[in-house]
Design a protein around this ligand. Structure first.
Ligand code: C2E
Ligand code: CA
Ligand code: CA
Ligand code: CA
Length: 276
C-alpha cells in the first residue's frame, strides 16, 4: 500500500510537471504569437430573436501556431492571463476589432455593435482607458457601438478602482455587458452600481433550456431581471430552434450561437452579412 501511495504520488508529480512544462511552452510561443501575426479575430453574429436581423458581432480570439496548430482560447487565455500577456494581446484585440468594425461601416454595412471580451487583469492594469480611447479615436468607430463584455468576478474585485474605470468608460459612451451571467458570484448590487447595459445568459443555462426545468427557470429569471432593470438581454450558445423558440417566448430579445453562425473570419462574416 505504501508503494502504491508512492507511485501514485510520483504519477501525480509527473503530471504536475508536465502541466507546468506545457504552461511554460505555451507562454513562450504566445510571446512570439503577437509579433508573428499568429493571432486572428473571428466574429460571431448577434441576432434579433424576433426578426433574425444581425445587430452586432462578438470578437473572439483565434491562435494558429505553425507547430501546435489551432490552440483553443480556453487553453491559451488562462496562460496569457497568468503571465500578463493578456494586456498587450487584449490591447491588440481592441485596436484590431475597432478598425474592422469601422471598415465594415465604411463599406456600407449597417451599424453593428462590436462586443469585445475583457479580462480582469486588463482592468487592474493602468492604461485600459487610454487603450480604448485611442482605439476609438484612431478607428473612428462611434463609442456607442463598442460593448465591453465583463465577467461578474471583474466587478467584484478591487471595487473602488473598477468603479472608477467603469465611470470613465461610461463617460466615453462605451457600453458594458455582463458575460456568463449567473455563473459567478450572485451579488446583484453591482448591476446598479456599475450602470451595466446588458446581461448575457451563459450557454450552460441555454443548453438544456427546453428540457431541464431548473435551467428554464434560471433563464426566465435572468430575462425578467433584465427587463425589470431596463437592461438589454442576450443569450449565447443557441444551437437549436427549440432553444430559440423558448428564449423568444420568454422575452429574450437577442441571441447568439451556432444556429445562426459560428464565429467567422472577417471576409466570411462580411459575406454572411451581405447574404442577409
Ligand atoms: P465566451 O466569451 O463565453 O464566448 C463564447 C464561446 O462559445 C466562444 O468560444 C464561442 O465560439 C462559443 N460558441 C458560440 N456559439 C456557440 C454555440 O452555439 N454552441 C457552443 N457550444 N459554443 C458556442 P471560444 O471562441 O472558444 O472562446 C472561449 C472563451 O475564451 C470565451 O468565452 C472568452 O471567455 C475567451 N475569449 C475569447 N476571445 C477572447 C478575447 O479576445 N479576450 C479575452 N479576454 N477572452 C477571450
Ligand atoms: Ca463573451
Ligand atoms: Ca460564456
Ligand atoms: Ca466567458
Amino acid at each position: 500500500a505504501k508503494d502504491a501511495g508512492r507511485n501514485a504520488y510520483r504519477f501525480f508529480d509527473e503530471q504536475m510537471n508536465r502541466r507546468a512544462q506545457e504552461h511554460m511552452m505555451l507562454q513562450n510561443r504566445l510571446h512570439q504569437a503577437l509579433y508573428r501575426a499568429e493571432l486572428q479575430l473571428h466574429y460571431q453574429p448577434q441576432v434579433n430573436a424576433a426578426d433574425g436581423r444581425v445587430t452586432g458581432v462578438e470578437a473572439l480570439l483565434r491562435w494558429r501556431n505553425p507547430e501546435l496548430g489551432e490552440v483553443p482560447p480556453a487553453r491559451f487565455i488562462p496562460v496569457a492571463e497568468d503571465c500578463g500577456l493578456i494586456v498587450p494581446i487584449g490591447a491588440w484585440v481592441i485596436e484590431q476589432s475597432c478598425r474592422q468594425a469601422q471598415a465594415w461601416r465604411q463599406a456600407g454595412l449597417p451599424d453593428l455593435t462590436l462586443s469585445v471580451n475583457l479580462s480582469a487583469l486588463q482592468f487592474r492594469r493602468a492604461g485600459l482607458i487610454e487603450t480604448i480611447a485611442g482605439a476609438l479615436e484612431r478607428s473612428g468607430l462611434p463609442p456607442q457601438l463598442l460593448e465591453l463584455e465583463l465577467t461578474e468576478s471583474i466587478l467584484l474585485q478591487d471595487v473602488e478602482n473598477t468603479l472608477e474605470a467603469v465611470r470613465q468608460l461610461k463617460a466615453m459612451g462605451v457600453r458594458l455587458s455582463i458575460d456568463d451571467f449567473g455563473t459567478g458570484y450572485s451579488s446583484l448590487s453591482y448591476l446598479k452600481r456599475f450602470a451595466v447595459d446588458r446581461l448575457k445568459i451563459d450557454q450552460s443555462f441555454v443548453r438544456d433550456i427546453s428540457t431541464d426545468p431548473d435551467d428554464a427557470a434560471i433563464a426566465r429569471a435572468i430575462i425578467q431581471l433584465a427587463h425589470s432593470l431596463r437592461l438589454g438581454i442576450i443569450a449565447e450558445g443557441v444551437e437549436t430552434q427549440e432553444q430559440l423558440a423558448f428564449l423568444r417566448e420568454a422575452g429574450c430579445s437577442e441571441v447568439q450561437g451556432y444556429l445562426f453562425s459560428k464565429p467567422l473570419p472577417p471576409a466570411e462574416l462580411e459575406a454572411f452579412l451581405r447574404r442577409r
